[in-house]
Write a protein that binds this ligand. Structure first.
Ligand code: GTQ
Length: 374
């Protein structure tokens, strides 16, 4: 029998480098019959010198996708589909339905008067509102109204459902979830709400009103959960905070002026597995290149510019979504000299940091810009 077994040899001291012989091939076959194998045939593959992402740097342009997303409204109902979403599929991550690394993302569309059924799952989720008016989400009985560029949490284990009011307009938002990660960890549970809908037990937008006041926290407002009690982060205060910081700081040479959305109770990330940020690139600003572990999905929330990822340039404008895979070199630029550009980003940084796997590196020392390839 001719073996199709691969032998990953490297001619470097300390790395596996065993030549194939008929005797070893027979030995490997024997091991295989007992569901076992020789480490030295695979060691160089399973222990790369540095992180090797299967994800490709990708951009999903809103201009390409929007009409197709809207078309799904005529094709399926939210009742039948559960959630009417067009998901973003990284060519290197098709098997796990990931947009990058272990992160999922999709574009959800709802028409006025539509309502999706309530459910909960072990995966953590977020929404970033792209267009339309009248959308709302209910999370564990807390109803939140949703506007352009608002950022909303539906943390793991919380009941949630989405709808658009009768007097609203067609709404599209980006969903972001850690479904691939939770599946990889074999820890995903899913439940449909017994009544298919939740009662709204609190004043509208109460969690943001209670927890979203800079420098102030409610007395007696105990919160022990592993995620932020501030379920919605509105665009206006976010942009205002960034603009104020930009007046006083040059920010990071790699990211410009950037702020993390935080859990106001801990100062840490908004959810246990997913972090999020918004950054502002001032007119003409070009950041230096760096790379770090973790997977990142960006959405341009304002303006236009481009990012160079592993030597390839991706031009983006408002509502385009692009990804930076783990350990990929990347730098961002605002192409305009009049308007600032804002990038929303969500990522698995809390996982990388909690597990001690976060690492970063700056590119070169000659200003740190990548050469363009291709
Ligand atoms: O609304 O929680 O795009 O569970 C995919 C899976 C959205 C959601 C998606 C989900 C959700």
């Amino acid at each position: 029998m001719t073996s199709t077994r691969q032998n990953y040899r490297e001619y470097v001291a300390g790395r596996a480098n065993v030549e194939d012989t008929p005797e070893l091939a027979a030995y490997y076959d024997e091991l295989e019959t007992f569901s076992a194998g020789a480490l030295w045939t695979v060691a160089n593959k399973i222990e790369p010198w540095e992180p090797k992402s299967d994800s490709l740097p990708m951009i999903w342009r809103y201009n390409d996708l929007r009409d197709h997303v809207l078309r799904s409204v005529d094709l399926v109902s939210p009742e039948k589909a559960g959630r009417r979403v067009i998901y973003l599929e990284n060519p290197g991550r098709k098997e796990v339905a990931a947009a990058v690394g272990w992160l999922y993302s999709g574009l959800q569309v709802m028409h006025p008067g539509e309502r999706a059924s309530a459910h909960r799952h072990s995966a953590s989720a977020l929404r970033f509102i792209m267009e339309g008016s009248g959308a709302y989400t209910i999370v564990d009985g807390h109803k939140m109204t949703l506007k352009r560029n608002d950022f909303v949490l539906t943390p793991n284990g919380t009941w949630h459902e989405h709808a658009v009011a009768e007097n609203g307009t067609p709404c599209i938002w980006q969903d972001g979830l850690d479904i691939p990660l939770v599946n990889c960890l074999e820890a995903n549970f899913y439940e449909v709400h017994p009544d298919l809908q939740q009662a709204t037990n609190y004043p509208v937008d109460d969690m943001t009103k209670a927890w979203g006041n800079p420098g102030l926290t409610p007395v007696g407002g105990a919160w022990e959960k592993g995620y932020s009690p501030m379920f919605k982060y509105e665009w206006e205060p976010t942009y205002e905070a960034l603009s104020r910081l930009a007046e006083n700081s040059d920010g990071s040479p790699f990211d410009g002026v950037m702020m993390n959305y935080i859990n106001p109770v801990t100062g840490g990330p908004v959810m246990q597995t997913i972090g999020a940020s918004m950054q502002i690139l001032r007119p003409g600003e070009k950041t230096r290149a760096h790379r770090h572990t973790g997977s990142y999905l960006y959405q341009c929330a304002k303006g236009a510019g481009y990012s160079i990822i592993n030597g390839k340039r991706f031009d983006w404008t408002e509502r385009d979504i692009f990804c930076v895979p783990s350990w990929a070199w990347h730098e961002h630029a605002n192409a305009s000299d009049g308007e600032d550009a804002c990038l929303f980003c969500f990522n698995d940084l809390p996982v990388m940091k909690a597990l001690g796997l976060y690492r970063e590196e700056a590119f070169g020392d000659n200003g740190g810009h990548q050469p363009l390839v291709g």
